[in-house]
Structure formats: structure tokens, C-alpha cells
Design a protein around this ligand. Structure first.
Ligand SMILES: Nc1ncnc2c1ncn2[C@@H]1O[C@H](COP(=O)(O)OP(=O)(O)OP(=O)(O)O)[C@@H](O)[C@H]1O
Ligand SMILES: [Mg+2]
Length: 312
């Protein structure tokens, strides 16, 4: 039995004791006629209504660890028993399903509506499942490229946001592609209220320089900047001769912290480079689950506490 079936069974066991009006039914089921008359923005507002907080994870540069952060943030929140969804806004490089071991899954279209139910992700002992939507679920194979220009990519993002039936969530995490162009702009504009931006950077100047642009873009769009995470911040290795731990600042250190100070935004913390983070990311097991006692997990826990304190 897969996690989706598990989840469906669980839901059907739940007894609901609330008064439901016709309006509620229309809203929940997405009455197709009503939806046809709605503007796209009205529908986005309707679909986002049940989501308490939205966290936009972005960066100026590619490959700095956004998806790794987004996925582990979702896990950390779900472990606390919160209801979490993750929307992969990276249309041409969607990596969330891979990092959650959900490749090959498909979202379900809700009959009679133009809405869909996201894929049910990992079920944790204390919560879940995490709900997931990604372009990767719509591709024939993991190697199928999405060769789309900006307007088509933006259309897909709008559809994911307007037609995704997320239900009631405490957090929706948005994993963005790098940079400040089309998709970032569109996602930032569409999710609107109750959202905050988390910027991921590596320590070196060439990355923080681009992170600064993302922070200034968020500020220009009047979005709350939750803070900066410095990822891949130092590598700790054991000396093979004396077993002493040596920290190597492979990409330098403190660049994220300095950018936070200069731009007067909170610094959320540093996550070191750990071989297991990369390894487990490839296997689809987020490091918070696979390495509960690692240095990165401890660092990440502190970061999550700060994010929650800022959002809730
Ligand atoms: N702290 C870390 N230690 C070791 N490996 C890491 C760490 N953070 C991320 N990685 C690895 O680095 C690679 C890039 O990470 P990830 O895909 O999360 O970056 P990204 O910013 O989302 O990339 P893109 O811009 O392409 O979307 C992945 O293989 C990931 O497992
Ligand atoms: Mg990514």
C-alpha cells in the first residue's frame, strides 16, 4: 500500500462534525461553473485561503542548496506535527520529488473540477504526509527536458498555485529556481499575504553578491525577509593520523552573515558541508531523518526555530 492510499484510508476514518454550507461545498470541491467565472487571482486566493504561512526559499545563485533546505525545512515542520506542503517552483530543474523519493508519482485530478490533489509525500511518525507538487510529476521520465520559454513556465506556476487543492496547511514551502527572473517574480507576486522569504547562499562572494540581489528584490516587492542561511559553510574532516577534527573553509566563511548585516536582515545560521547530505539527497532521504545527530541537523534545528519564531 503506498503512502497516498495510507493517507486516503486515514482520512476516511476521520469523523467530521461541522456544519457545512453549500458555499463551503462549492469552495472545497471547486464547483466548475463557479470556477469558470472566477478570475485567476480569485481562484488563487481561494486555494491559498487555508494556508497559514508560506515560505519562499530562494537564492541568487544556482546549486547553493535551496532544494535541500526546502525539503528539510518541510520535514522539520512536519516532525513537529504541523501540516506541510511543498511546491516545487523550479519548472526546468524540478528536484523535490528526487530528494523525497517520490519520482514516478502523479497528482490526482479531482473529478468535475479543474483542481488537483498534490502527491502525498513522506509519512512521519509524528505527522505528515507532506503534500508535494512538482513539474517532475508531469514528465514522462526523469530525463525528459522541459524546453519552455518564460511565459509557458509562468503559466505552469500559476496553474500549480491556482489549481492545487492543498486544503488546510500550516506551512507551504516554495522551492524556487535560482535568480530574480520570471518564475521568482511570479511566485513572489502570487503567494501574497502571510509569506516570508528565506535566502540560501554559500559563503563565497560570488554567491553572496547574487543573494544580495534577491534580498533587495524581496524588499522591493514588500515581502518579509525571514533571513539568510549560509549553506556549505565549512567542511569538518578527521585527521587520519591523530583523529583530530579539522575545519576547512572550502568556500570561505561568514559571507552570508556579512550580507545579512550589511542589508539589515536576520542571519539564520550556518549549515556545514557534509558528505551524507549530498548522499542522502540523491537517495531521497532528507538528512534530518537520516542523520538526526549530525552537526548539520543540530545547526538546521536552530535555523528552523528562528524561522518559526519569525513566521508564527
Ligand atoms: N550542506 C551540504 N553538504 C553537502 N552537500 C550539500 C549540502 N547542501 C546541498 N548539498 C548538495 O549540493 C547539491 C545542490 O543542492 P540543491 O539541489 O539543494 O541546490 P539548489 O540551490 O536547489 O540547486 P538549483 O539552483 O539547481 O535548484 C545537491 O547534490 C545537494 O545534495
Ligand atoms: Mg533546486
Amino acid at each position: 500500500m503506498n503512502s497516498h492510499t495510507n493517507w486516503c484510508n486515514k482520512m476516511s476514518e476521520k469523523k467530521v462534525d461541522v456544519e457545512v454550507t453549500q458555499d463551503d461545498i462549492d469552495n472545497a470541491m471547486g464547483n466548475s461553473q463557479k470556477q469558470a467565472q472566477m478570475t485567476e487571482m480569485e481562484q488563487i486566493e481561494l486555494m491559498m485561503k487555508g494556508i497559514k504561512h508560506k515560505i519562499i526559499v530562494c537564492s541568487g545563485k544556482g546549486g547553493v542548496g535551496k532544494t535541500t533546505v526546502a525539503v528539510n525545512l518541510a520535514i522539520a515542520l512536519a516532525i513537529k506535527g504541523l501540516r506541510v506542503g511543498i511546491l516545487d517552483v523550479d519548472i526546468t530543474g524540478p528536484n523535490v520529488p528526487k530528494m523525497l523519493n517520490l519520482e514516478g508519482e502523479r497528482p490526482t485530478v479531482i473529478p468535475g473540477t479543474n483542481t488537483f490533489t498534490p502527491v502525498s509525500g513522506p509519512m512521519l511518525s509524528s505527522g505528515g504526509p507532506i503534500q508535494v507538487m512538482s513539474m517532475a510529476f508531469l514528465l514522462e521520465t526523469p530525463d525528459t527536458p522541459v524546453i519552455w520559454r518564460g511565459p509557458l513556465k509562468m503559466k505552469a506556476i500559476r496553474q500549480f498555485i491556482a489549481e492545487g487543492n492543498w486544503g488546510e496547511l500550516d506551512y507551504l514551502i516554495l522551492d524556487l529556481p535560482p535568480g530574480t527572473s520570471d518564475e521568482t517574480l511570479d511566485a513572489m507576486q502570487l503567494v501574497g499575504d502571510n509569506s516570508g522569504v528565506v535566502i540560501v547562499t554559500t559563503p563565497q562572494e560570488v554567491a553572496t553578491m547574487d543573494a544580495r540581489k534577491t534580498i533587495n528584490m524581496s524588499k522591493a516587492m514588500k515581502l518579509k525577509v525571514v533571513g539568510i542561511i549560509e549553506n556549505m559553510s565549512g567542511l569538518t574532516v578527521k585527521c587520519p593520523k591523530c583523529d583530530e577534527e579539522i575545519k576547512i573553509d572550502l568556500f570561505g566563511s561568514g559571507g552570508g552573515e556579512k550580507a545579512a548585516k550589511d542589508l539589515e536582515v536576520p542571519f539564520l545560521g550556518k549549515v556545514p558541508i557534509e558528505h551524507k547530505i549530498m548522499q542522502q539527497g540523491d537517495k531521497g532521504v532528507p538528512f534530518l531523518i537520516s542523520n538526526p545527530d549530525s552537526v548539520s541537523t543540530v545547526a538546521f534545528d536552530e535555523i528552523v526555530k528562528k524561522i518559526r519564531a519569525s513566521m508564527e
